[in-house]
Write a protein that binds this ligand. Sequence first.
Ligand SMILES: Nc1ncnc2c1ncn2[C@@H]1O[C@H](COP(=O)(O)OP(=O)(O)OP(=O)(O)O)[C@@H](O)[C@H]1O
Ligand SMILES: [Mg+2]
Length: 495
Amino acid sequence: MTDEIARRAQQIEIWSSDSDSDSDSGSRYAQVSLSRSAINHAPNALTNAEIVTKYADKIKTDPIKKGPKITRDRSNRATVEQVLDPRTMRFLAKIINKNVISRINGCISTGKEANVYHGDHEDPEVTTREYAVKIYKTSILVFKDRERYVDGEFRFRNTKNQSNPRKMVKVWAEKEFRNLKRLYLNGIPCPEPVELRSHVLVMEYLTKGNGQPSPKLRDHPFKDVEEIVHYYHQMLFYMRRMYKVCRLVHADLSEYNSIVHKDKLYIIDVSQSVEPEHPMALDFLRMDIKNVNDFFSRKKINVYPERLLFKYITEDASVLGIEDNSDEQLGQYLETLPLKTEDDDEVEDEIFRSLHLVRSLNHLDERDFQKFSEGKVDTLTDLVGTHENIDGTLAVNDDDEEEEDEEEDEDDEDESSEEETGSEDDSEAEDEDAEGKKKKKKWVEKETILKGKKHEDKDDKKARKEAAKLAKQEKRKTKMKKHVKKKIISKRKTK
Ligand SMILES: Nc1ncnc2c1ncn2[C@@H]1O[C@H](COP(=O)(O)OP(=O)(O)OP(=O)(O)O)[C@@H](O)[C@H]1O
Ligand SMILES: [Mg+2]
């Protein structure tokens, strides 16, 4: 598994260095989304009509048939203009100009939130790879029920109050890209994320040949019961790995958002995935577990009780009583779980689903104590969804952490979240100081950093935090207030 991960990490590095050199905004990987003004003022910028004329014959938007083919008929242009707005066309043009793909051959799927197209390069000399191009819809209606996934997401909290649907869709696509990257770099089978331009995401195309997409889990023709059990266990294993290593809850996991490709289960559609710190993460996780169990029980196999699977996915190896997080240890643990056979298991799961789970005892509120006093829960810890301390090798994409740092500096009102991530940030800050300038950071094995902090004694930690807080207050005193800055800038402009 490790050399596969190393290869993937290397692959991402190639994209990043490649796109950095290419991106004139000099921004980090995948953040390259040219602003309208940049495009309009680019030398001989094309008008919308010119863009459509120039690229329409490379873009087919009707459902993909046998193998990719290009038509030059005028009706195609009308459809393209209907389906893809000029702004999307511009981003597609950038991707084509960058030679990632040279044509769109047809539509693989039209969803509520996005359409997915097949793209490739007409010149096999350049590449024979096929890509899935996911283009998000910018209609505000769709965005209504997305808000609960973005609200509370630490990485995107500065964007949640933007009323501009375009910006929110861009955030949504960026979320999917970054979440895919986390899965991909941690050995969870998923389409390789390749390019992101605003709300247009290019990723590896999972195909069974002749341009046809590999089947969703829902449509996979299972050979026998063994194969069904095999994919059930694989799904549970990836759910745990996503939670413990990628620090992600899928939040829309089902037989529709997983694909059987080359005899392996691939996870897709991670735009709504959230981190465990999200206020609803544990509710989303319980929903995922229920969806997965429902699908596999419809396939007539005995599944495990949901509350036991919740524990399997969220608890540390030590709490599960296994030595480590190896596949075999986790596999053996699953085998020891009792299958859900009697009806009272269903009743227990019903209660489990209705519990209001919190992340730690100090998040309990009135109604929990009420439940406890009415004897509905044996102990209050039953309401604590998962242990605070995260086990084993926990890799996080430092880019996200970096992003959080930047956001945190902007508005450090939310002390509590600093508390949670404070130690990590500080230690990373120390690392950065040690390394001098802020280098592009790779994935870090969280355990190495956490180990030192875990054993640091309490008052040292307290003193360190106090000092960090005072330093921040000092910095804030000298920091120029935003409104003052704005006044100076506007004065300069008028001059
Ligand atoms: N990388 C890929 N390779 C092959 N097929 C893909 C890929 N990504 C998506 N698809 C196909 O497109 C469908 C929709 O993709 P996805 O779920 O990511 O978009 P969505 O907006 O959530 O659509 P829906 O609302 O239908 O779930 C998937 O169910 C799958 O069949
Ligand atoms: Mg989907």
